[in-house]
Write a protein that binds this ligand. Structure first.
Ligand code: THU
Length: 162
């Protein structure tokens, strides 16, 4: 008998940055872009800003912070998420927006690393609500994901520890 083959369907929306469909979300993306300038990225030259929108409308942002001992640095997404969770542990995270600049200071597309996706999944599980993810995409687009499922299919969750 042939082994069963399964497919995972991943869905996300590609918005034109100046389009009507994303206009409401531009402030949170702008907050991520504004935070790029605070990145400390002397080793990679890749500057990232992330902004987290909480349920009360508060925005908490973070940028990547590198270190001469490379693994000691942290991505912008986790800086923002951990800061938000440290200061406002009971506020649900509605959205995280991520933007980046290359070493020449030009805006460049960015997708979160695996560890950051895992951290997003953890907070989704904690708050029983998906987190909307907005990523600066190519050609003046913003990619919108309704939860981490599409970015981290079959992710490891706390429920598996029981
Ligand atoms: N980085 C982030 O901060 N977020 C991402 O989504 C991708 C990568 C950082 C880590 C490191 O400081 C630099 O970008 C290059 O990998």
């Amino acid at each position: 008998m042939k082994p069963e083959q399964k497919n995972i369907h991943i869905q996300y929306t590609v918005h034109k940055r100046n389009g009507e469909s994303i206009s409401e979300k531009l402030p949170i993306m702008k907050a991520a872009e504004d935070t790029v300038k605070n990145a400390y990225a002397p080793y990679s030259g890749f500057k990232v800003g992330a902004a987290v929108l909480l349920e009360d409308g508060r925005i908490v942002s973070g940028s990547n912070q590198e270190n001469a001992a490379y693994p000691s640095g942290l991505c912008a997404e986790r800086v923002a998420l951990f800061t938000a969770a440290s200061h406002f542990p009971d506020k649900k995270i509605e959205t995280i927006a991520v933007a980046a600049e290359d070493r020449n200071g030009n805006p460049t597309p960015v997708t979160p690393c695996g560890s950051c996706r895992q951290v997003m999944l953890e907070y989704e599980t904690k708050q029983h609500q998906p987190i909307e993810i907005l990523l600066a995409g190519p050609d003046q687009t913003i990619l919108q994901f309704n939860g981490t499922e599409a970015l981290l299919p079959m992710g490891f969750k706390t429920s598996q520890l029981k």
